[in-house]
Design a protein around this ligand. Structure first.
Ligand code: WTA
Length: 654
C-alpha cells in the first residue's frame, strides 16, 4: 500500500455502469452550467401530482436568503415509495428484515405488504388526530414498523422526528418538547446483541419530566416484555392497526412542505432540528441512491439486494434505508442487530444469506471487525457483493484497504460517500463506473454540487491543490431548508461564517487531480463512531452534576471509534477527585445523553487554560488529549500558564 495508491475503474464497470467517466463529466458540467434544465429532467424520476413549473429559487446571500426547489409542484413521497411500484413490483420484496438473533424468524415485506401496512398506520395516525403539518416523534428500534411509521407520516403530510433508540429519556424528552409533538411511537423493547433496551420505559420517563402535551403513545409489541400501559394514553400498534381500514389515499403535498425533522449536534447549544422538505429531498435521495450504488434491476427484472447497515435514527437510515431505495423500487435490507453478535462474522453471514450485492456501512464498524482478524470474513463467501459503501466519518487508508482486499476481494469498488444530515444525501463520492479510487478520498462531487475550499481565517477562495475549510457554493435540491423553529439560527450557523456560501464545518484537502479528502470537523463537533456529538452538549451534561463546577470536552484519536470523548472536569471546592467520582461522571453523561456520549477519558483539572478574558483555549486541551504535548503552541496569553503544567502532570493516560 502506498500513500498515493489509485485503483482505476475496471473495464467491466466502465462498460456496464449507469454512469461512466465520460457521462459523469458531461452530466456534471451540465448540472452546473444549466441547473434549471438538469433538475427539470432529473426531477422526473418522481411522480408529481401537480407538475412543477418552477425549478430553482435559491440564494445564500443575507439580503435575499432563501432555498426552494420545485415549489409550485405537489407530490406524495409515500406514493412515490409505494403505490407507483405496485402494478409491476407488488410482489417484490421492499424490506427484508433480519432480526438481532439469527435463529429468530426474519420478515420479508413485499411492496404490497408495505403499502397495506403504511395505509393502515396512516389511518391510525389520522384516527388519533394527527393532521398535515404536525410532528410525530418516532423512537423505535430497527424493525419494519419504523419504516411503516415514517411512510405513514409522509402519506398524510405529518413530519416525522425520529429519535435514535440509543438516546436517553432526557434527550428524548428534550427533542419531543422542541418540536411540540403530541404523539410518540415506540416499542416495548429493542434488542441489540441479545441485550434488551427498555424503550417504552424510557418514553414513560421522558414524559414524566418533559413533553406533557403528549396525549398518545403507540407501542409496537416487539419482544413481548411485560410493560405497564397507561390506559388513557398508551395503545398497542397491532390493535390500532387491525381496527382501521387498509385504504388511505395519499395527501397532496407541496414540494416545500416538511417531510421530517432530525436532530443533530452542532458546535454550540442544544441539538438542532434539521428540517427537510419533500420534493427536493425526494429527488436527491432517489438520484444519489441510483448513481452512487449503480442501483437498478437485473436484466431479468429482479431486484439487486441492497443493504445499508445504518440505523434509521440517523440521516443515513432516512435517506438510504428508506426513502432512496424505496423511491427506486429497490429491495432494502434492514438489520436489527450489531456486527459482533453472535460473532464477528455476522455481517458477512447476512450478506451470504440474502445474496447482498450492495453493502453500505460506517468505518467504525469495519475497524472493529478488522481488529478481530480476517478469518471471520474469509470463512464466508461474499461472492454476491458488487459495491461497498462507506459513510459517516473519514475512512483511514488501512481500513479502506482491508474493506477492499479482504471483504470485497479486490472485486468491488468502494464508494466513500461524504455528506451530512444537513445535505440530505451524498455530496462528494466516487461513482463505481466513473471514478478511479484513492483510498481515503471521497473523491469527486455529485451532480449539482459545487464544493470549494476557503482560507479558514480570511474566508477567501483557494484554488488548486490545497487545504482549507470545505464550503458549497450553490444550493442543491436535497439541502436542508431550516432549523425547526429557528430560521435565524439556520442562516447564522451555515451561511454567516463565509458570506454567500454554505459552510460544512469540515476541513478538507484537494489534490492535484481535484479529488477531495475530508480531514474531519474543524468546529466543536466530534465524530464518535460516525455519530455527531457536540462538545457543548457533553459539557452541559457534566455541569448538571452537583460536584462539577466546570467542564471542557474535546475529541481525542481513537483506534476504533475514530474519535473518542475527552472531558476535563473542575470539581467544586472540597470534592475528592476520586476514581469513583470519575466512574460516576461517566455514568452520569450516559444517563443524560445516552451511551454514544460516554466519555473515554475524564481528567480532573483544578484549572482550565483560559485567556485573560476568560475564554477556554481548546487548542491546548485538544493537543493534550491527542498526546501531542511537544507542541502546545503559544501559552503566553493564558491568564495562568501554570495550569498547563498541572494538566500535563495529571493526564490519566500519560
Ligand atoms: C463526517 C452523516 C469523511 C463529516 C452522513 C460530516 C465524513 C459529518 C464522511 C456529518 C466521509 C460523513 N468522509 N467524513 N465519507 N461522511 N462524514 O450529519 O465530518 O451524522 O460533517 O451525517 O460526518 O455527520 P452526519
Amino acid at each position: 500500500m502506498s500513500d498515493n495508491a489509485v485503483y482505476p475503474v475496471s473495464s467491466e464497470w466502465a462498460n456496464n455502469a449507469i454512469i461512466d467517466a465520460a457521462t459523469y463529466d458531461e452530466k456534471y458540467r451540465r448540472s452546473i452550467e444549466d441547473p434549471e434544465g438538469f433538475w427539470r429532467e432529473e426531477a422526473q424520476r418522481l411522480d408529481w401530482i401537480k407538475p412543477f413549473t418552477q425549478v430553482k429559487g435559491t440564494s445564500f446571500d443575507q439580503q435575499d436568503f432563501g432555498i426552494r426547489w420545485f415549489w409550485d409542484g405537489t407530490l406524495n413521497l409515500s406514493a412515490n415509495c409505494l403505490d407507483r411500484h405496485l402494478e409491476t413490483h407488488g410482489n417484490t420484496p421492499a424490506i427484508i428484515w433480519e432480526p438481532d438473533d439469527p435463529t429468530s424468524r426474519n420478515r420479508i415485506l413485499t411492496y404490497n405488504d408495505l403499502h397495506e401496512q403504511v395505509c393502515r398506520f396512516a389511518n391510525v395516525l389520522k384516527a388519533n388526530g394527527v393532521t398535515k403539518g404536525e410532528r410525530v416523534t418516532i423512537y423505535l428500534p430497527m424493525i419494519p414498523e419504523a419504516a411503516v411509521a415514517m411512510l405513514a407520516c409522509a402519506r398524510i403530510g405529518a413530519a416525522h422526528s425520529i429519535v435514535f433508540a440509543g438516546f436517553s429519556p432526557e434527550a428524548l424528552g428534550g427533542r419531543i418538547d422542541d418540536c411540540a409533538s403530541t404523539i410518540v411511537i415506540t416499542a416495548d423493547e429493542g434488542l441489540r446483541g441479545g441485550k434488551r433496551i427498555p424503550l417504552k420505559a424510557n418514553v414513560d420517563e421522558a414524559l414524566e419530566h418533559h413533553a406533557r402535551d403528549v396525549s398518545r403513545v403507540i407501542v409496537v409489541q416487539h419482544t413481548g416484555a411485560d410493560i405497564p400501559m397507561d390506559e388513557s394514553r398508551d395503545v398497542w400498534w397491532h390493535e390500532a392497526i387491525a381496527a382501521g381500514s387498509h385504504i388511505c389515499e395519499p395527501e397532496e403535498i407541496n414540494a416545500e412542505d416538511p417531510l421530517f425533522i432530525l436532530y443533530t449536534s452542532g458546535s454550540t447549544g442544544k441539538p438542532k432540528g434539521v428540517l427537510h422538505t419533500t420534493g427536493g429531498y425526494g429527488v436527491w435521495c432517489s438520484m444519489t441512491h441510483e448513481y452512487t450504488f449503480d442501483y437498478r434491476p437485473h436484466a431479468d427484472g429482479s431486484n439487486q439486494i441492497y443493504w445499508c447497515a445504518a440505523d434509521i435514527g440517523w440521516v443515513t437510515g432516512h435517506s438510504y434505508v428508506v426513502y432512496g431505495p424505496l423511491a427506486n423500487g429497490g429491495t432494502s435490507l434492514m438489520f436489527e442487530g450489531v456486527p459482533n453478535y453472535p460473532d464477528f462474522s455476522r455481517f458477512w453471514h447476512i450478506i451470504d444469506k440474502y445474496q447482498v450485492e450492495i453493502f453500505y456501512a460506517a468505518p467504525t464498524a469495519l475497524r472493529a471487525l478488522m481488529r478481530e482478524g480476517d478469518d471471520y470474513v474469509t470463512r464466508t463467501s461474499r461472492k454476491s457483493l458488487k459495491v461497498l459503501g462507506s459513510v459517516g466519518e473519514p475512512i483511514n487508508p488501512e481500513a479502506w484497504e482491508w474493506y477492499y482486499n479482504v471483504v470485497g476481494e479486490k472485486r468491488c469498488p468502494i464508494v466513500d460517500t461524504w455528506w451530512q444530515t444537513e445535505t440530505g444525501g451524498h455530496m462528494i463520492t466516487p461513482l463505481p463506473g466513473a471514478t478511479a479510487l484513492k483510498p481515503g478520498s471521497a473523491s469527486r462531487p455529485m451532480f449539482g454540487v459545487q464544493p470549494a475550499l476557503v482560507d479558514p481565517e480570511k474566508g477567501t477562495l483557494l484554488e488548486g491543490a490545497t487545504e482549507g475549510a470545505l464550503v458549497i457554493l450553490d444550493s442543491w435540491p436535497g439541502q436542508m431548508r431550516s432549523i425547526f423553529g429557528d430560521h435565524e439560527r439556520f442562516f447564522q450557523t451555515y451561511f454567516s461564517t463565509y458570506p454567500g456560501m454554505y459552510f460544512t464545518g469540515d476541513g478538507c484537502r484537494r489534490d492535484e487531480d481535484g479529488y477531495y479528502w475530508i480531514t474531519g470537523r474543524i468546529d466543536d463537533v466530534i465524530n464518535v463512531s460516525g455519530h455527531r456529538m457536540g462538545t457543548a452538549e457533553v459539557e452541559s451534561a457534566l455541569v448538571l452534576h452537583p460536584k462539577v463546577a466546570e467542564a471542557a470536552v474535546v475529541g481525542m484519536p481513537h483506534d476504533v471509534k475514530g474519535q473518542g470523548i475527552y472531558a476535563y472536569v473542575t470539581t467544586v471546592a472540597g470534592t475528592d477527585d476520586s476514581d469513583e467520582l470519575r466512574r460516576e461522571l461517566v455514568q452520569w453523561v450516559r444517563k443524560e445523553i445516552g451511551p454514544i456520549a460516554t466519555p473515554d477519558v475524564v481528567q480532573f483539572a483544578p484549572g482550565l487554560p483560559k485567556t485573560r478574558s476568560g475564554k477556554i483555549m481548546r487548542r491546548i486541551l485538544r493537543k493534550i488529549a491527542e498526546n501531542d504535548v511537544g507542541n502546545l503552541g503559544d501559552t503566553s496569553t493564558l491568564a495562568d500558564p501554570g495550569v498547563v503544567d498541572d494538566l500535563l502532570a495529571n493526564r490519566p493516560h500519560a
